[in-house]
Design a protein around this ligand. Structure first.
Ligand code: ADP
Ligand code: MG
Length: 229
C-alpha cells in the first residue's frame, strides 16, 4: 500500500494576537486547516477577520505566536529564517491584490526572473515562462512591459510568476480584488484552470461569494477559527 500523501499545507492550532492600545486582539485563535495537493480552497470572512494575517503565516512571511505550519509534510516553526526563505522560494507562490510586477521588465522577464533566482538556467526558465504565459492566453503580450498591459493582463502575468517555480502551495490574497467585475471573472476562471492543471494546493482569500463557490471547498475565518462552510 502506498503512503497517504502529506497535505500540501497544514495549519495546526495557529494563534496570533496584536496589541491595539491596551487590548490584545486575538486575530487567530486556534486556526486549523489541511489542503491536499490539487485542492483549491476559498478563504472567506469579513474584512478584518485575519485572512491576510493567516496567509502571511502560511506563507512563512510571519511567525505565529503558537501552533505550527506544515509545508509538504515538513514542520516550519523551528527553522531558521534562511531555511524559511529557501522554502518560500521553492515551495510557495504568492498572488496579491496588486500585481507587484517589475515595471522595467517585460512580462516574460517577470516570469523568468524568479526561476533564475531559484537557480534555473535562463533557457529552461524562458521555456517555462512562455509556456505559462501561453496557457494564460498571453503569448502575444510576452514582450510587453506591465505598463503596456491591462489590469487583467497584469494580474495574469502575476499568476504565471507565482507558479513559475512549480510551488507546492499557492497563496492568493484577493487576487482579482482590484479588477472590474468582468475582468475579475475572466482572470479568475483562468487562474482556476491553470491551478488545476498544476496540482498545487491553493488557498485563495476572497470576499466574493460567487468566486468562492467555484473552488473545491470554502473555509470561513471568524473569531480566530476556521470552519468549513
Ligand atoms: P483581513 O485580511 O481578513 O481583512 P487582516 O489579517 O488584514 O484581516 O487583519 C486582521 C486584524 O488584525 C485587523 O483588525 C488588523 O487591524 C489587525 N492587524 C493586522 N496586522 C496587524 C499588525 N501588524 N499590527 C497590529 N494589528 C494588525
Ligand atoms: Mg486582507
Amino acid at each position: 500500500m502506498s503512503e497517504p500523501q502529506a497535505p500540501g499545507l497544514r495549519l495546526e492550532n495557529i494563534r496570533r494576537s496584536f496589541t491595539q492600545g491596551k487590548e490584545a486582539l486575538h486575530v487567530l485563535d486556534g486556526a486549523e486547516l489541511a489542503i491536499q495537493p490539487g485542492e483549491i480552497v476559498a478563504l472567506v470572512g469579513p474584512s478584518g477577520a485575519g485572512k491576510s494575517t493567516l496567509l502571511h503565516i502560511a506563507g512563512l512571511l510571519e511567525r505565529p505566536d503558537g501552533g505550527e505550519v506544515w509545508l509538504a509534510g515538513q514542520p516550519c516553526g523551528k527553522l531558521s529564517e534562511t531555511k524559511r526563505t529557501q522554502l518560500r522560494r521553492s515551495h510557495l507562490g504568492f498572488v496579491y491584490q496588486y500585481h507587484h510586477l517589475l515595471p522595467e521588465f517585460s512580462a516574460v522577464e517577470n516570469v523568468i526572473l524568479p526561476q533564475m533566482i531559484a537557480g534555473h538556467s535562463r533557457k529552461a526558465a524562458s521555456v517555462r515562462a512562455l509556456d505559462l504565459l501561453d496557457r494564460m492566453g498571453l503569448k502575444p503580450r510576452a514582450e510587453h512591459r506591465p505598463g503596456q498591459l491591462s489590469g487583467g493582463e497584469q494580474q495574469r502575468v502575476a499568476i504565471c510568476r507565482a507558479l513559475a517555480n512549480q510551488p507546492k502551495v499557492l497563496l492568493a490574497d484577493e487576487p482579482t480584488g482590484n479588477l472590474d467585475p468582468h475582468s475579475a471573472d475572466g482572470v479568475f476562471a483562468q487562474l482556476l484552470h491553470l491551478v488545476r492543471s498544476t496540482g498545487v494546493a491553493a488557498l485563495i482569500a476572497t470576499h466574493n461569494p460567487d468566486l468562492a463557490k467555484r473552488m473545491d471547498r470554502v473555509v470561513r475565518l471568524a473569531e480566530g477559527k476556521l470552519t468549513e462552510s
